[in-house]
Write a protein that binds this ligand. Structure first.
Ligand SMILES: *[C@@H]1O[C@H](CO)[C@@H](O)[C@H](O)[C@H]1NC(C)=O
Length: 473
């Protein structure tokens, strides 16, 4: 009797955990639509409005023996998702959460108010034109975890790409309606490594399997780490020409850092970088013309009001978005709503994990070889750059693209958004380059409308709008 009772309690317990913990298993015996239902997010704390689209969150086990599971949040398109492509977005770091940045302050539908508790709908969300998938990668980032905690200390590019490929293969089993759908990978910053590496893994996997399980059409990266040498050259040149560092520091940076690894710098280079950082002062290096978060309190209200009147600074720009998401995603009710496993929830959710970042292992000094391979394989490849970022600036990206030695198809010109120059563009054979004027490191945060225009052109495979196109429409 008591045994039976315990069995009953256990069954209930398992049932309840299954309901709470989103995990879309890919065993062929189970029904994917039932699993989708489990991962479906009904409503979020602080959501005071209805939405027209379905969204899903949960884990995908990417390695059974190692007990590694990656967390995803997937948003269907606002209208007619079955006719829209699928776009994966990745943030970098390494160690930063795509949900913290991509979803909550860049391209996702749900952005977070200053109180850290209330959501608002991003009017330029990318799910207006695509189904968008956010992945916290690798293990130890955001809500993604490994049962072997030492895994957090040995992440690197190779395992990140392999686990992300395993994630996608299983994800498509859970969402079979997206199998064969036009698929694009996008991301920024250190995802400048992840995006081409994952694309390469997919292309090679497809070649071996002789079967197009994932219909990868192309990729797009912004303010991306591409090549340590060219990136360094461009950073120092940008900081010097923007008047942020001294002549002497500029020279020394070029002597001690140019040929260094980007994430594993030498002591000598670190010393000069410290001097440079001192010279920069209390600036936001990710967006050099907007106030940093901490300075917000020092700027008097008077001054802010004047700015608003003159309109020099976008009234809406909030430099402290990361702090709001830190409050929101640590909220237990939010974690429950997103099917975060209590047992594996991080003790403190962080936007970027210092532990992951400082213990990063393999990181090739360049991914230009992957560009060559994938351009050859016919993928659509776009590279964009917010031109007020000093961390991975437009100069760096230009050096890297130049090193590819691609013939020009359409020369350098301005592109337009609402009759204004949105930035500049040049089309090469196999690659499109687009700058976004006035945007920092996180282009969709600073220039959300222009970023959506960029996505539309990328997905359509058309050139960026000209002045004529804009005034005609
Ligand atoms: C991690 O371990 C727990 C407890 O043994 C288990 O329930 C869970 O499925 C494991 N996670 C993965 C990804 O294997």
């Amino acid at each position: 009797m008591s045994n039976l009772k315990w069995g009953f309690v256990l069954t209930i317990f398992i049932f309840i955990t299954k309901l709470h913990v989103g995990s879309c298993y890919s065993s062929s015996s189970s029904d994917p639509s039932a699993q989708q239902k489990l991962d479906r997010v009904s409503e979020l704390p602080g959501q005071t409005f209805d939405v027209s689209f379905a969204h899903y969150a949960g884990y995908i086990t990417v390695n059974e023996e190692g007990g590694r599971a990656l967390f995803y949040w997937f948003f269907e398109a606002t209208e007619d998702p079955s006719s829209k492509p699928l776009v994966l977005w990745l943030n970098g770091g390494p160690g930063c959460s795509s949900i913290a940045y991509g979803e909550a302050e860049e391209i996702g539908p749900f952005h977070i108010e200053k109180d850290g508790k209330t959501l608002y709908l991003n009017p330029y969300s990318w799910n207006q034109v695509a189904n968008i998938l956010f992945l916290d990668s690798p293990v130890g980032v955001g809500y993604s975890y490994s049962n072997i905690s030492s895994d957090h200390l040995n992440n690197g590019d190779k395992r990140t790409a392999a686990d992300s490929l395993a994630f996608l293969l299983k994800w498509f089993e859970c969402f079979p309606q997206y199998k064969g759908r036009d698929f694009y990978i996008t991301g920024e910053s250190y995802a400048g490594h992840y995006v081409p590496q994952l694309s390469q893994a997919i292309v090679r996997h497809t070649r071996v399997k002789k079967e197009k399980l994932i219909n990868l059409k192309g990729y797009m990266v912004g303010n991306a780490l591409i090549d340590d040498h060219y990136d360094h050259l461009g950073i120092f040149q940008f900081m010097w020409s923007a008047g942020m560092i001294s002549d002497q520091t500029y020279k020394q940076l070029n002597v001690f850092c140019d040929f260094q690894s980007f994430i594993h710098t030498s002591e000598n280079c670190d010393k000069i970088l410290d001097i440079a950082s001192e010279e920069l002062g209390e600036i936001d290096p990710y967006s050099i013309f907007t106030p940093p978060c901490n300075a917000n309190f020092r700027i008097s209200n008077q001054l802010l009001k004047r700015w608003h009147k003159v309109g020099h600074i976008s009234q809406k720009y909030d430099p402290c978005t990361e702090e709001h998401s830190t409050v929101y995603f640590n909220w237990l009710e939010v974690q429950k709503a997103l099917h975060v496993d209590e047992m594996h929830a991080p003790s403190k959710w962080v936007t970027c994990s210092e532990e992951i970042n400082s213990n990063w292992k393999d990181s090739p000094s360049s991914v230009l070889d992957i560009y060559h391979e994938l351009i050859h394989s016919g993928l659509r490849i776009w590279v964009f750059s917010g031109d007020t970022d000093s961390v991975l600036p437009v100069t760096s990206t230009r050096y890297s693209i130049d090193a590819l030695g691609l013939p020009t198809v359409s020369p350098w010109r301005a592109w337009y958004d609402d009759g204004q120059v949105g930035g500049w563009t040049q089309e090469y054979k196999g690659l499109n380059f687009v700058t976004v004027r006035g945007a920092g490191h996180e282009v969709p945060l600073h220039r959300p409308k222009q970023a959506l225009t960029l996505l539309k052109s990328f997905l359509a495979g058309t050139s960026m709008p000209t002045l004529k196109q804009v005034s005609d429409s």
